[in-house]
Design a protein around this ligand. Structure first.
Ligand SMILES: Cc1cc2nc3c(=O)[nH]c(=O)nc-3n(C[C@H](O)[C@H](O)[C@H](O)COP(=O)(O)OP(=O)(O)OC[C@H]3O[C@@H](n4cnc5c(N)ncnc54)[C@H](O)[C@@H]3O)c2cc1C
Length: 457
């Protein structure tokens, strides 16, 4: 399935296409696939600076998907691939309350049955390598080793002229013209920076992460004598969940990857812990030793294969779609917080909306009414609510397109204030039969918790 050789320069690189996507990460490659499927006569190029082969596991952060994003991947005809090559996830699992109780005595929130709406744990190196090979099979002009240096956008309203993109390939400067330019350069955010459209959010958080070799089964943190822990429904399958260890102002994740690696990460809220605690692997482990001693002791013998961190990762965007035929998708647009793994959901929403706007343009429709809509131009806003982050997903048009509604559960302990805020998406069928408890991919398996429901979608 995996494309192993670098195959970096396609036989002929067109100097004009209908849509050029800057950056071939998750959002760019999925958009290229969606466009080839939904607008088959559209010529599509992806300019990506990194060449294959991509490493397993130690590539990018963003490995846990939830139901909305996963259904998007399935809609793009990736189901068979995902079932064979990635891990079917056992939903999200949360251990709030800080790490000073033995694990089996902490509140556990997670699925007690195999979630009906499937989701996946994604090895990003493997997935992006495979998506590149699929893109080539789909007729996408994938140019690897192409570093985009400039996007000259035509900003006169109503102009039919092409945009022009400059890029460097093998020491040569080249250009490509296109009717549509979509920025998918992730945190490089080429167009957002150029157009000065970056907007701040109140939420200030930082993260550090690394991968270790082998499977990590957190059940090994609990003595076999704790029979009740092992007998909880699907207790043996905890390892397939995205496991969250949460305390005031922080949470740590464990995510299994299909290539025999495990991803470990820590998110800290700036106003509680500051960014120093994620500035290196050693600092992150010191933090875990203090706040999650059991988890730290469990991880200690596993050698880190990489270490990366990001400070202040949240931002919003002034505009992500323009009637002048440009768009921003993935982290090149807005990104607020990884709690509840919504990154692929937002890619699904942004890519689907971009596809709709391009289709509208093909039909000769008026883009102003679609793309010039402030509610759509700022797709994601996040609101800091103490220990967690509450999300609002605004583009109802795009959400409806995928057939989902979204909800947040605010989890509180009486008198203690907010302990965690957990998003919960409900599958299309759930929306139809209205049976939220049955279809939700989060269920409380233990502990008495007040849950307040906040419809947000
Ligand atoms: C701490 C943290 C945890 C996260 N966890 C999750 C999670 O569990 N699940 C989830 O769904 N999401 C998660 N996310 C979000 C996730 O990382 C993003 O949703 C996803 O990686 C965004 O994909 P992208 O394609 O926008 O960006 P990227 O994957 O970064 O792709 C951008 C691509 O553009 C290329 N590029 C950049 N500049 C240029 C240039 N000038 N020329 C050519 N190419 C260029 C890069 O090489 C790269 O391949 C997390 C984010 C953070 C910060």
């Amino acid at each position: 399935m995996r494309e192993e050789n670098s195959n970096s320069v396609p036989r002929s690189i067109p100097d004009r296409v209908d849509a050029v996507i800057l950056g071939g990460g998750l959002s760019g490659l999925l958009l290229a696939r969606q466009l080839r499927q939904e607008v088959p006569d559209l010529s599509v190029a992806v300019l990506e600076r990194m060449r294959r082969p991509l490493p397993d596991a130690c590539h990018k952060v963003g490995e846990s998907s939830v139901s909305l994003g996963s259904q998007y991947l399935e809609k793009l005809k990736l189901t068979e691939y995902l079932l064979e090559e990635q891990i079917v996830k056992m939903g999200l699992r949360f251990f709030p309350g800080g790490g000073h109780l033995p694990l089996h005595e902490r509140t556990e929130i997670g699925p007690s049955a195999e979630p009906v709406v499937r989701s996946y744990q994604l090895d990003r190196g493997k997935f992006e390598g495979d998506l590149r090979a699929f893109a080539e099979e789909d007729g996408v002009h994938l140019v690897e080793g192409a570093k985009v240096t400039e996007a000259d956008l035509i900003e006169e309203k109503g102009s039919e002229a092409d945009h022009s993109v400059s890029y460097e390939l093998d020491g040569e400067t080249r250009s490509m013209n296109a009717r549509w330019v979509v920025d998918a350069t992730g945190r490089n955010a080429l167009m957002r920076r150029k157009l000065k459209l970056t907007r701040g959010v109140q939420h200030k958080a930082n993260a550090g992460w690394f991968r270790v070799r082998g499977d990590i089964d957190m059940n090994e943190m609990v003595p076999r004598s704790e029979v009740e822990w092992f007998e909880r429904p699907l207790g043996a399958e905890r390892w397939r969940s995205t496991n969250h260890f949460m305390g005031v102002g922080y949470w740590a994740w464990i995510i299994p990857l299909s290539t025999d690696f495990t991803s470990i990460g820590l998110v800290v809220h700036e106003h509680v812990h500051g960014h120093e605690c994620i500035s290196s692997y050693e600092k992150m482990m010191d933090f875990l030793r203090e706040h999650e001693p059991q988890l730290a002791a469990f991880l200690e013998p596993h050698e880190p294969q990489d270490y990366l961190c990001l400070r202040n990762y949240s931002n919003s965007v002034g505009r992500a779609w323009s009637p002048n035929r440009w768009a921003m998708v993935g982290e090149a647009g807005a990104f607020v917080d990884p709690l509840y793994s919504p990154g692929t959901d937002f890619i699904a929403l942004a890519n689907s909306f971009t596809t709709q706007v391009i289709l509208e343009d093909r039909k000769g429709g008026c883009l102003d009414t679609k793309a010039d809509n402030p509610a759509i131009a700022a797709p994601v806003i996040g609101k800091d609510v103490g220990a967690g982050t509450e999300f609002e997903v605004l583009p109802a048009v795009a959400a409806e397109n995928i057939g989902h509604r979204a909800r947040c559960h605010r989890i509180t302990k009486p008198g203690d204030g907010v302990e965690a805020v957990i998003g919960c998406r409900i599958g299309a069928e759930a929306a139809q039969d209205g049976n939220i408890e049955r279809w939700s991919d989060i269920a409380v398996t233990r502990g008495s918790i007040d849950t307040e429901q906040h419809p947000v979608g």
